[in-house]
Design a protein around this ligand. Structure first.
Ligand code: ING
Length: 307
């Protein structure tokens, strides 16, 4: 049986602070319809795909903060996305803010989460972001806040891998892509396709010398991770000028060879389909045969806590 299919990054352009779920879901359903027309079986939406990237602000209004989190998935507002996907037989990866159960995580409302949904609309897997970037408290010295540790509980599900599309799929979220340990955890479990959504500022106003390096620092760790772990990667941006902050585009598909095989052209809602063959991972998994060549007895520091 062939394990080839068409999959796509479903990049989203900016989402306004006050944009309704209904409006965002309509944009995502339109992307699902374009994916169906392109014969896709699977699409990857961004991190926090349902809302603006609110951790750029310290929001005092508890009701507004709560409005960015989902208490259930699917819920009344997100169900139309699940229905459209099921109608077209398309599975998807979705990033969103997951409201934690009462009492879980003290003063944090929930997790920065992603799920895998199969082509019949069933949630088959969940991941909660492990590497939360930025500051746990507001820093008045910064031009651009990034307050994920203020809003979110540290991910507590590890790096699970799920059977889907005839292969093994893993998930990461944004900043995770810069950490080789995250990729290796998935690679060690045989991941063949890793889905990743992100919200990455195109410029860093507090460190403008980095601006010219932003695209490279986005692609470089993923291209090496794909090669070193023999996996496909589909990475999907929340792109464009969002509430005064330019978000990077560059949604992409990376092959297990490490080659960048598809790259988004713009900063708006955009579908980036590519024909993926999971069997193309085999050659690289053979070369990097973990069982034969890895020397975990030499890698203790990697899993040891920092002193
Ligand atoms: N975003 C950022 C990223 O890794 C970040 C994190 C924080 C970038 C501070 C720049 C400055 O691209 C997310 N959502 O993890």
């Amino acid at each position: 049986m062939t394990r080839a299919f068409t999959a796509a990054a479903a990049q989203l352009g900016p989402i306004a602070r006050n944009e309704s779920r209904a409006s965002v879901i309509a944009r995502m359903v339109a992307l699902i319809e374009r994916a169906a027309a392109a014969d896709c079986r699977f699409v990857v939406f961004p991190e926090m795909a349902l809302t603006t990237f609110f951790p750029r602000w310290l929001i005092e209004d508890a009701e507004e903060v709560a409005s960015f989190f989902e208490a259930e998935m699917p819920g009344p507002e997100t169900r139309p996305l699940f229905e459209a996907a099921r109608t077209h037989g398309i599975g998807f990866y979705l990033g969103y803010c997951e409201r934690a159960a009462e009492g879980e995580g003290a003063d944090h409302l929930g997790f920065n989460t992603s799920i895998l949904v199969d082509s019949s609309g069933v949630v088959v897997g969940k991941y909660r972001k492990v590497h939360l970037p930025g500051n746990a408290v507001y820093d008045p010295a910064l031009k651009l806040q990034h307050l994920e540790p203020w809003y979110f509980i540290d991910g507590d599900l590890g790096f699970p891998v799920f059977e889907m599309l005839g292969g093994r799929l893993g998930m990461l979220l944004c900043n995770d892509r810069r950490w080789p340990e995250a990729w290796r955890m998935l690679g060690l479990q045989g991941a063949e396709l890793v889905c990743l959504g992100y919200n990455s500022p195109a410029q860093l106003p507090d460190n403008p010398a980095q601006n010219a390096l932003r695209k490279m620092h986005h692609l470089l760790p993923m291209q090496s991770a794909a090669y070193q772990n023999g996996t496909w990667i589909i990475a999907s941006a929340k792109a464009g000028p969002e509430e005064g902050c330019d978000m990077m585009g560059h949604s992409c598909v990376i092959a297990p060879s490490g080659e960048l095989v598809a790259l988004s052209a713009g900063l708006g809602d955009e579908l980036l389909p590519y024909s993926i063959d999971l069997d193309a991972t085999a050659e690289y998994k053979r070369f990097f045969d973990f069982k034969t060549y890895r020397r975990p007895e030499c890698y203790g520091l990697i899993a040891a806590p920092h002193k």
